[in-house]
Design a protein around this ligand. Structure first.
Ligand code: AMP
Length: 435
């Protein structure tokens, strides 16, 4: 019986796998240019980490976690997001005490949420993100958003819509929460069961409800902007000013609350609709947080972070026809003419790889005609042909596969010949010598 992949997961191969590599590579490079350093944390964590950080009232913790007891009877969860693990790492290893603050890191990897699979929504999906932890400074909030915007522009996405909102600090949020409790208590009888539970756990979550009838009630709910303290309001205004000064277009979306419990002050989402109308929801999102460190047992420490969903980025890049899957370029394809030559060719391939060339060698004894075809598929520039005669004379046939010309070269001159063909000869040096 054939075994298929688990529902909500996907395999990556060929162009798609290459695109994901590119999406990640560019992300690393942009993150580096903003001085975010690499950090990796485990895929499995204690369930309690997410209960305490992501939050008991979030849909993720309530309904979507892959949780199991391991053989030692510990409750383990496949991470549904990465920020909690990053903060646990910083707290557990006391990185805040030994590093210059803020700690700026980037990371990537698979996450797991038991959601209803649909376009742009998987049960195993890849995220890449950054966090800046240890400084409560609105400049870092702005920097994080600018980094995200910059990355999307570098990918070639020009119609990015950035939505932002402020949830304020603890005082503003508590006041707003009370106002929402009061408002929704008067309407809750008509609302869905999920909202009834949300009202008990965290009424802010109700703002995220997707049920149409509930949305009409949500539309008339109190607005956060009316509950921000003067200080929080000024902080948000200053952030907006920084975005404007750095030419980052944004729109304020008062309905934006984000699905994780730890956020305060600015929260944001990057949206994108392709020319053909494809909209996969938010391609990236994030926000500021003040209580997360303490939630996982650390000192008071603020942070800001964002995460992009790779599936969604791939979806829109693909739909926009933006080429992100350049085939791995093979420089040289080595073609043994018989079984006996394979060992020599195998050795030669590794020697040339040591010289920095991207080399593939045919090891399955195909006729030369088929080997030419494979070399062509691989876009190789040079073919190296090795038969009995070449082995006997210590020579090799160097064939320019584009120009369809070939010459016999003594083995000891091979690297020199290749360097010349690939333009790796130090011409300045040659000139100097010639003078
Ligand atoms: P979140 O961690 O919920 O703030 O999500 C951050 C980003 O991850 C979103 O903007 C999406 O791009 C992506 N994402 C979240 N959940 C999924 C999912 N189930 N499948 C694919 N991408 C997702």
């Amino acid at each position: 019986m054939k075994i298929n992949k688990v529902k909500g997961t996907h395999d990556l191969f060929n162009d798609e796998a290459r695109s994901y590599d590119y999406i990640e590579l560019l992300f690393k490079s942009v993150a580096n240019s903003f001085s975010y350093d690499s950090m990796r944390t485990p895929i499995i964590e204690h369930t309690e980490l997410f209960q305490r950080s992501t939050g008991e009232s979030s849909d993720i913790v309530r309904k979507e976690m892959y949780t199991f007891l391991d053989k030692g009877n510990r409750s383990i969860t496949l991470r549904p997001e990465l920020t909690a693990g990053i903060m646990r790492n910083i707290v557990e290893n006391k990185l805040y005490a030994t590093s210059d603050l803020p700690i700026k890191c980037y990371y990537m990897g698979p996450n797991f949420r038991y959601e209803r699979p649909q376009q742009g929504r998987y049960r195993q999906f890849y995220q890449m993100g950054v966090e800046c932890i240890g400084e409560d400074n609105v400049f870092y909030d702005a920097e994080c958003i600018i980094m995200g915007y910059h990355y999307l522009t570098m990918l070639g996405l020009e119609n990015v819509k950035l939505r932002i909102n402020s949830l304020g600090g603890n005082i503003s949020r508590n006041n707003y929460r009370k106002a929402l409790e009061e408002y929704f208590s008067n309407h809750i009888d008509k609302m869905c069961d999920d909202c009834k539970e949300r009202l008990k756990l965290n009424p802010l979550r109700i703002l995220d409800c997707k049920v149409k009838e509930d949305q009409e009630i949500v539309a008339d709910a109190p607005k956060i902007s009316d509950y921000l303290t003067t200080e929080d309001k000024e902080r948000f205004e200053y952030l907006c000013e920084l975005l404007e000064e750095n030419e980052i277009p944004y729109e304020i979306d008062e309905g934006l609350v984000r699905g994780l419990d730890y956020y305060s002050h600015v929260i944001f989402e990057f949206h994108y609709t392709t020319e053909s109308g494809l909209n996969v929801g938010a391609v990236g999102a994030g926000g500021h947080y003040d209580n997360l460190s303490e939630d996982v047992g650390g000192p008071k420490m603020s942070g800001v972070g964002l995460a992009f969903g790779e599936e969604r980025l791939y979806g829109i890049l693909n739909d926009e026809g933006i080429d992100t899957h350049n085939k791995v370029q093979t420089d040289i394809y080595i073609m043994p003419l018989g079984k006996e030559q394979r060992q020599n060719c195998f050795w030669l391939a590794n020697e040339l790889r040591d010289e920095g060339y991207r080399v593939e060698v045919n090891l399955n004894n195909k006729p030369l005609r088929s080997q030419f075809k494979i070399a062509e598929h691989m876009n190789a520039k040079i073919g190296l042909i090795v038969g009995d005669e070449e082995i006997e004379n210590d020579t090799i046939i160097v064939r320019n596969l584009e120009a369809k010309e070939q010459e016999s070269v003594p083995l000891e001159e091979l690297v020199e010949t290749l360097d010349e063909i690939f333009g790796l000869v130090d011409h300045d040096h040659d000139d100097e010598e010639g003078e």
